[in-house]
Design a protein around this ligand. Sequence first.
Ligand code: PGA
Length: 248
Amino acid sequence: MERKPFIAGNWKMNMTAESGAALIKELAPLVKDADCDVALCVPAILIPAMTEAAKDSNIAIGAQNMHWEPKGAYTGEISADMLKEYGVKYVIIGHSERRQYFGETDETVNKRTRAVLAAGMTPIMCVGETLEEREGGLTEKVLAKQLETDLAGVEDVTKVVIAYEPVWAIGTGRTATDEQAQETIAFIRKKIGELFCPKCAEKVVIQYGGSMNAGNCKGLMAQPDIDGGLIGGASLKTDFATIVNYNK
Ligand code: PGA
């Protein structure tokens, strides 16, 4: 298969330098023979210490957000150069928690995504519908609109990782079924094909996210269009290694 699977953790606002480094030391030997790419997206302040903790491992350290401007009066934001200084490769953009609680819009997701690409890093760009939207039969409409706006002006879509995260499945213990996730991710791939080109769409790595865990990862990863996972809660413990080794 042309697409290399990619399992990324999203620590959200959890861990400290001490507990984070201890977990990375525990995970490193467990994931060393992984067949997929592995990353942990950690709180910005932990990036230096986690980069150090992960330095002899195959765990890449990622960030959870990035501003589109190179520098300036943007209190609380992080720039591309600040991340690149520590060798950050991946940046989560447009997570539903940022959209829900911090005023992130499709327009700002688009600006951030393009800035991450321009800086030579890989955005893990999140899209997903709410429960109300799914129950109202609006899932495809909502995703199409998000993809159109969030990816506008992107030159090479194959450099973007998409995380499909149904909002109703995040942190709720309620996972999309294998079939629901497959069906929706296949739709996302088709839509990317229409917006860019079908050949490019075949190359785009698309993750599933939302209560993915050691128990359900095998079934999800067996789906033809699901290329990986964005893991919240289960990335805070050694279960993350079980998910990374889903095929062993
Ligand atoms: P969860 O979070 O695995 O805890 O549901 C996933 C995410 O929000 O990326």
